[in-house]
Design a protein around this ligand. Sequence first.
Ligand code: ZN
Ligand code: ZN
Length: 259
Amino acid sequence: MLVDSHCHLDFPDFDEERDAVVERARAAGVLRMVTISTRLASFDRIRALLETYDDVYGSVGTHPHNADEEPDVTAGDLIALAEHPKVVGIGEAGLDYFYDNASREGQARGLRRHIEAARKTGLPLIIHARDADRDMAAILEEETQKGAFPAVLHCFSSGRALAETGIRLGHYVSFSGILTFKKSEELRAIARDLPADRLLVETDAPYLAPTPFRGKRNEPAYVAHTAAVLAECRGVSPEEIGETTSENFFRLFSKVTRP
Ligand SMILES: [Zn+2]
Ligand SMILES: [Zn+2]
């Protein structure tokens, strides 16, 4: 059994064959998928998927790329949409200094509102962090002082120090197809060393297809390839990593029903 803890099934990349994509995931043993919100303005698309596919769950949030488009989204707005029984997380929100598609102030403000919603609902925050290790660690530390909240550092590709900060604060770390890329030795070393009970896997589909599909459109079925590499770098069987990451997923995303 596997879980894809982060994908974007609402994206137009899947319009032609969304049913087939979900079916292939099931056939590959991917029994739960979480389709992640990137804008409240398009939340209806997420909701429609949750109401179409039994095994697809969702989140609500504004991606840091879109933070300046939705500057007025409040924690209360997020909390209200999270009342849907299949909305199981808050986000994705965070800091992306690689693209800088939104102002850094806007990204930080948005992140803090999402943290507030995660703290108040108890739903995990899905954190997007790229090239922003230091500011991200500082915000997570500071916000934890105000009250703990559950969270996952999704598509982890930051430095070891941020992973360790997240673990210390009680958070989880999720690995995507990046883990399978040839040059990701340092990332595999981090994945090897983290506590087993904090690991998750994801695709971030349609992006970041794992080897051997690198460069192609990604889909939830391919999470098996990332899980296999995670198993290899930890010296355990793919079955064991599937079991471990699924257990971790159900502990963190506690609103998701088990198969
Ligand atoms: Zn992301
Ligand atoms: Zn994403």
